[in-house]
Design a protein around this ligand. Structure first.
Ligand code: XMP
Length: 520
């Protein structure tokens, strides 16, 4: 694990909630390092001295069944403060002799109002008025208090929504303080960390730079590293970080898949070659990618094909040099967790991100992934400290499989060109109207059907372009962006007039969940 040296950390035991990552984020935002692990990894920990608190996440399981995911009992004897959230509360209650029932009458989804029953360290400055609004998502409820615990708050439907065992420093909450729908949920974490676990605020991502550089130096030694450089924030930060550690022994490979945004590839290549003076090799593989993607419709197949091809190209390039032992990638923490469903926790897999899920089983290069414990916004901060230009640092995220997953259905050269033009118009207009930096991610996509239109006096039969723009904190949840009046009309006009092949423009007004940010 990367952050071995952290003196104080909080461990989040993942029981499979889709929002477990948000717990880790909230804690890091408060200046404390946190790590998500599954039950299997929890059983492997032998030294608990740096662990100042444990959080049990929510999850899809129920303790009302005969078999349910649980923690090894010895963990409870470590005297480490525990906070259980949702399933975590139910598990704590079960382990200490409470009763949990599953019933439609007791379920709560959405907002609920807490009723204060008792003062607690956990709820200081949180339960301050009578209508504290929280976000609930549960079907099971604790109906009988476990031994040694007391009730801190209730709702109309659930008698036990916050419970505590002050002496043992064990707390349980039924709602989700990690989601923004819970008003002031951050305060719960603040109280747990600083009043209950008594941790120090010692985590700052910018101060990770030197440690990461040292770590790269000592693992790579005199060997060579090949780096997959796409020009996106993540791989750019990785390249600059590794360049600082091993200089000439870093060989960056930029693979032109032909699936990038218009002009983007040339622009990034020039910056890395001329501004940062990196050792960059350019590989033009667009025809190979398009050939392999021919007639492929299934999104997961597309992702796997692209991921595998990337690695093959790297391995082929690596063979041209001596001593290449490592492949560097800009894998992030959410990529790891989202692709990790098989390792013990139950988070269901939504998509294989190409830099994780698409990897071939047998690889001849060892992986270096210096960002694999970081969230996107943390990478941007790190980017600043390694000197990455603002224009690259604050670029919208772009998925590894590129435009292939924004051309729904079959990918063809013709569609790529059409999409690049439409997307270019959209993004340029966002910059022109000072909207680009207000949006987490924006793009154009092509839908897999043609519709009839009329231009001049002629009938047209062309593609539909879908525009997507979302606001988000980290890509895990997102809301569609509300454009100022008239903006979308203008874009639609510009695209229809400027891009032959498109005769209809639609705007996607779904959030994540229930949708995802990318269409495939
Ligand atoms: P979804 O579509 O899952 O996307 O809501 C969440 C964020 O992840 C990006 N994304 C990817 N990034 N390789 C990447 O590097 C991928 O395969 C990939 N798929 C999705 C997506 O653009 C959004 O920012």
């Amino acid at each position: 694990m990367h952050f071995k040296n952290e003196k104080h950390k909080i461990i989040i035991v993942d029981f499979g909630s889709q929002v477990t990552k948000l717990i880790a984020r909230r804690i890091r935002e408060l200046g404390v390092f946190s790590e998500i692990i599954n039950i299997k990894d929890l059983t492997k920990i032998s030294d608990f001295t740096t662990i100042k608190g444990l959080i049990f996440s929510g999850g899809p399981s129920t303790v009302t069944k005969k078999e349910f995911p649980t923690i090894p009992k010895k963990i409870l004897s470590k005297k480490i403060p525990i906070l259980g959230i949702c399933y975590g509360l139910q598990l704590i209650s079960k382990l200490y002799g409470g009763t949990i029932k599953s019933s439609k009458n007791r379920r709560e989804f959405g907002r609920a109002i807490l009723i204060k029953r008792k003062k607690s360290l956990l709820t200081k400055n949180f339960l301050i008025n009578k209508s504290q609004s929280v976000w609930m998502s549960h079907q099971d409820a604790v109906t009988k208090l476990p031994k040694g615990f007391s009730i801190i708050s209730s709702t109309k439907n659930s008698k036990l929504t916050i419970i505590e065992n002050k002496k043992k420093k064990i707390y349980g909450i039924q709602f989700h303080p990690e989601v923004t729908h819970t008003d002031n949920g951050r305060q719960i974490f603040k109280n747990f960390l600083f009043s209950i676990c008594k941790v120090n605020k010692s985590w700052r991502v910018s101060s990770e730079k030197n440690r990461l550089i040292q770590e790269i130096k000592s693992s790579v030694k005199k060997d060579k590293v090949i780096c997959a450089l796409s020009g996106g924030v993540d791989s750019s930060v990785v390249a600059l970080l590794i360049n600082k550690a091993i200089k000439k022994n870093l060989i960056c490979i930029m693979v032109d898949t032909g699936l990038m945004r218009k002009n983007e590839f040339k622009y990034s290549y020039n910056i890395f070659k001329n501004k940062y003076k990196l050792n960059v090799r350019l590989i033009n593989a667009s025809s190979v990618f398009l050939k392999k993607l021919k007639n492929v419709i299934d999104p997961e197949k597309k992702r796997k094909i692209i991921g595998n091809l990337f690695i093959k190209i790297f391995e082929k390039e690596a063979k041209k040099f001596k001593n290449i032992k490592f492949l560097a990638q800009g894998t992030l923490y959410p990529d790891i967790i989202e692709s990790k469903s098989s390792s013990g926790s139950k988070t269901s897999k939504i998509k294989s991100h190409h830099n994780v899920g698409g990897l071939p089983k047998k690889m001849n290069l060892k992986l270096i992934e210096p960002l694999k414990e970081l969230f996107k916004d943390e990478v941007r901060v790190l980017g600043k400290s390694v000197g990455l230009a603002e224009s690259l640092r604050n670029k919208h995220p772009f998925p590894g499989p590129g435009l292939a997953i924004r051309i729904i259905g079959k990918v063809t050269t013709e569609k790529v060109k059409v999409l690049q033009e439409a997307d270019h118009i959209f993004i340029n207009e966002l910059f022109k109207h000072n909207l680009y930096h207000k949006i987490w991610q924006a793009y154009a996509a092509i839908l897999p059907f043609k519709t009839v239109g009329v231009m001049g006096d002629s009938r047209t039969y062309e593609y539909t372009c879908l525009l997507r723009a979302v606001v988000s904190e980290d890509g895990m949840t997102a809301d569609y962006f509300n454009f100022p009046k008239g903006f979308l009309d203008r874009i639609s006009n510009k695209i229809i007039n400027g891009v032959p092949g498109i005769n209809r423009v639609v705007y996607d007004i779904t959030s994540k969940p229930p949708s995802t940010i990318e269409l495939e």
